[in-house]
Ligand binder design. Sequence first.
Ligand SMILES: [Zn+2]
Length: 283
Amino acid sequence: MRFYRPTFELAALQQPQDRLVSKLGGLPWGFPQARWPACPDCGYPMSMVAQLEHDPPMIDLGSTGGVLHLFFCANLLCLSYGTGGCEAVILRCEEIGHGLTQQPPDEDGSQSINGEVWIAGWEPHDDPVPPEQVSSFYDDGDHMNLPDGIAQPFGFDSRWNTKASGVPYWTGNGVTLDPSSITLPPFEFLLQIHQMVYVDGAPPSPDLAGCTVSIYREIAGETEWQHHAPAKPTAASSPMSIIAEYGAQSYGVDFVNFGSDGTAFVFIDRHSVPPVVRWHWSR
Ligand SMILES: [Zn+2]
């Protein structure tokens, strides 16, 4: 099946944002302040996970297009672990204003703002999943019986676990779909986002990136780590960190906390007007 893998650039290395760009983390561009979602369980303002423009065939928000926003509850003490704390808002292009929208502080006056990467482009890929096996990706029993080369064509390599279209590559916990909330059809798989995404190039310095940069190397069978913290801590708390192998020409950006190694799975019902998006994350 055809799917699309985004390429990313680190927002901290770009010019200040002056227009709508599709991105993960950070603050949304032109999002109406009054519509900032609060967690239904703990009441804390949610943190943005993604702002994605209608960009078919990669991000197809249906015939009316628009801009998709994913928010989640980043409060570690909140019990809305999973679906309850995951919100999706689709706005029409004309509802998008100008400038970055500030995240409201929580009751302690603090904020958790996710690390920010911009989508630079999309690469098309094909996997060996045949059309007749697509339905098996939405039933845990059927999915368990799929050959590994079909269920996980690229292993559990997180580089392949951020993708749009095709079928979901589930985590080791299998199909974590709640059929009472997301029924296929009318819902269809839109995209998935692993909490670690990859950027080409050598890792930036911690001061430029604004987060800890950890470099590892294998020496005589042992993994040796060096952690470099920025000289000046950032204003808002952020789960972001950068991890790279010594000498590698790409680096991992751990931009959000989905339970330390989780993946978000996002589904869309394009038959509703406006379309409805529901999502959850799982490890
Ligand atoms: Zn919450």
